[in-house]
Ligand binder design. Structure first.
Ligand SMILES: Cc1cc2nc3c(=O)[nH]c(=O)nc-3n(C[C@H](O)[C@H](O)[C@H](O)COP(=O)(O)OP(=O)(O)OC[C@H]3O[C@@H](n4cnc5c(N)ncnc54)[C@H](O)[C@@H]3O)c2cc1C
Length: 376
């Protein structure tokens, strides 16, 4: 903060005030980065003061083209009603304009993880005028929800629903071929991937639009610093570090995930064949979604739940309705049942479960198991 100026961050746009102060001092080069920052922060306020001051700064530096652009933006934004989003918030690009001396790798905020927690936080911080970097190790942004969670599972359910309608084509008045409708999992996967790509690219676009730096790497945090190891190792510094690394799939004692037969939802979401039979461990929303979709696709599905009802965290009325619906769909389920072991034979994975009476016995062979449980 330049000496001799006091700003009240609760009032107005302090970056604009600093820029204006520096112009009065004749420090036009120093004023420009503050005014650019003022434009980024001006989302909920009027834009015209920062545009006007930026125009003054450019004019003083004999950059008349850019000054003119700023004055035009100023006059456009001063005509817009208060609170309305004004014209583009980016100041005109000028590689020759001296800006704030760049402090290599110094950020106001570094966010680790670009999932549903991390990416909105990054965008908001940038909109408020902060210099933001996001460290994300995956090759796409959006985390679990966009890449292998909420969105892809809903795509799978859409396919299951489409198949249901096609299988009842006569009732629905659809004229299809003579063959009964079946599912092509390769096509399911490619449509799902397209949906995911549109959304993750959307987040990338928002990052670019808001000037957020994405570093694709794995970080190691120290006090105020983050060391990132990607293509090269570098040390970043930040006033604030936000850890938004989400959750990962974990197993239960006695069940070792081999990611081929004994799998988690992360693998299940990418399956290109329909297994003949599946046992699903856990009947939370995720287990129930997969059970429903794969039953429709043609698998023989069994759900095993430790607690007395399906979707045990929901209201009991909902659980009872779901249990009725599962019976109708032919999805087998065992509640109050603990899975104690799971392993694979040559042709299938096998499990042992314990009934509430304490009796144990083998469950039916299954080609796949999965469970996704959040582990911090
Ligand atoms: C199959 C499935 C279906 C779901 N369906 C729904 C639904 O319908 N509705 C709903 O509300 N929720 C659903 N969820 C839950 C939802 O996806 C999560 O609650 C949400 O994604 C959590 O967001 P997050 O940002 O905390 O974590 P995440 O989305 O997991 O993001 C964390 C990010 O951090 C990155 N990361 C982790 N460690 C590091 C590291 N060391 N270095 C760099 N980056 C790292 C990860 O790569 C990841 O991108 C579902 C989850 C699953 C698995």
């Amino acid at each position: 903060m330049p000496e001799g100026i006091e700003v009240d961050p609760e009032f107005g746009n302090p970056y604009n005030d600093i820029g204006a102060y520096l112009i009065e001092q004749g420090k036009h080069d120093e004023a420009i980065p503050w005014l650019e920052r003022a434009l980024r922060a001006a989302r909920y306020e009027s834009y015209h003061f920062p545009w006007f001051n930026l125009g003054r700064a450019y004019a003083a530096k004999d950059c008349y083209g850019r000054a003119l652009e700023c004055f035009r933006s100023h006059s456009r934004s001063s005509r817009s009603t208060p609170g309305e989003r004004g014209p583009a918030r980016r100041a005109p690009e000028d590689p020759l304009t001296p800006g704030e001396p760049p402090v290599a790798n110094a950020f106001d905020v570094i966010i680790i993880g670009a999932g549903t927690g991390g990416y909105p936080a990054a965008i908001r911080a940038a909109q408020l005028g902060l210099k933001v970097a996001v460290v994300e190790r995956q090759k796409t942004l959006g985390g679990t929800c966009l890449n292998w969670g909420c969105i892809p599972t809903k795509a799978l359910l859409e396919h299951a629903h489409a198949l249901k309608i096609a299988q009842a084509s006569k009732e629905w008045g659809l004229i299809l071929g003579d063959q009964p409708a079946r599912i092509d999992m390769n096509q399911v996967q490619s449509r799902k991937d397209k949906i995911v790509t549109v959304l993750t690219r959307g987040v990338e676009f928002l990052f670019k639009k808001n000037g957020i730096t994405w570093i694709r790497a794995v970080p190691a945090c120290g006090p105020g610093t983050v060391e990132v190891t990607g293509d090269e190792t570098q040390t970043l510094s930040a006033k604030e570090i936000v850890v938004a690394t989400g959750s990962y799939a974990r197993s239960v004692p006695g069940v070792e995930i081999d990611r081929t037969r004994i799998i988690t939802s992360d693998e299940a979401i990418g399956m290109r064949t329909v297994p003949s039979s599946i046992a699903v461990l856990g009947s939370g929303p995720i287990g129930v979604e997969f059970a429903t979709a794969f039953k429709r696709f043609g698998s023989d599905v069994t759900v095993i739940e430790l607690l007395p009802h399906l979707v045990p965290l929901e209201d009991e009325t909902i659980s009872l309705e779901l249990e009725k619906s599962f019976k109708k769909q032919g999805i087998a389920f065992h509640t109050s049942t603990t899975v104690t072991t799971a392993g694979r034979s040559r042709t299938a994975s096998r499990s042992t479960r314990r009934w509430p009476t304490g009796r144990t016995g083998p469950s039916r062979p299954s080609t796949s198991w999965w469970r996704r449980a959040a582990a911090p």
